[in-house]
Design a protein around this ligand. Structure first.
Ligand code: SF4
Length: 130
C-alpha cells in the first residue's frame, strides 16, 4: 500500500464521516431500496459477466458502477463487519475495505465489530442474501 493509496483511503473515510449520525437501520433501508445490485430480479439472475470480472477490485468497479448508494453501502458494511468484511460492497473489494478500516475507525471511534463467520462473503450481487 503506497502513501498515495493511504491518502485515498483517508479521503474515503472522511467522506463516510458525514454518515456518522445516520442510524444503521436507516442505512440498511437506503441500500435495500437503492442498491443497483439489488435491482436484479430473481428471473433475470446475476449478470453473465459476474464470474468473468477478474479480481475483487475489477468486480467492484463493474458491479457498483453508477450505484447511487455506494457510500451508504460502504458505511453499512464497515459498521456490520469491520475488518471481517468480505466480498464486494460499497464499490470496493475486500482488501481495499480492510485497508480502509483503520482510517474509518480513527474518524468514527467505532469499536471492533463482533467477528462474523465467512458465510456473509459472496461474489453475487444482493445484500439481501445475507
Ligand atoms: S454492492 Fe455495489 S451495487 Fe450493490 S448496493 Fe453496494 S455499492 Fe451498490
Amino acid at each position: 500500500m503506497t502513501a498515495r493509496d493511504e491518502g485515498v483511503l483517508a479521503g474515503i473515510a472522511r467522506r463516510l464521516a458525514r454518515l456518522r449520525s445516520v442510524p444503521t437501520g436507516v442505512l440498511a433501508e437506503i441500500v435495500a431500496d437503492g442498491g443497483a445490485c439489488l435491482q436484479v430480479s430473481a428471473e433475470d439472475g446475476p449478470p453473465r459477466w459476474l464470474h468473468e470480472a477478474g479480481n475483487d477490485r475489477e468486480l467492484a468497479a463493474r458491479l457498483c458502477r453508477g450505484c447511487p448508494v455506494q457510500q451508504e453501502c460502504l458505511e453499512l458494511e464497515l459498521r456490520m463487519f469491520g475488518d471481517q468484511t468480505a466480498g464486494v460492497w460499497g464499490a470496493l473489494g475486500e482488501d481495499d475495505r480492510r485497508a480502509l478500516v483503520p482510517h474509518w475507525r480513527r474518524l468514527t471511534g467505532e469499536p471492533s465489530p463482533p467477528v462474523i463467520g465467512p458465510e456473509h462473503a459472496h461474489r453475487e450481487p444482493g445484500r439481501g442474501e445475507r
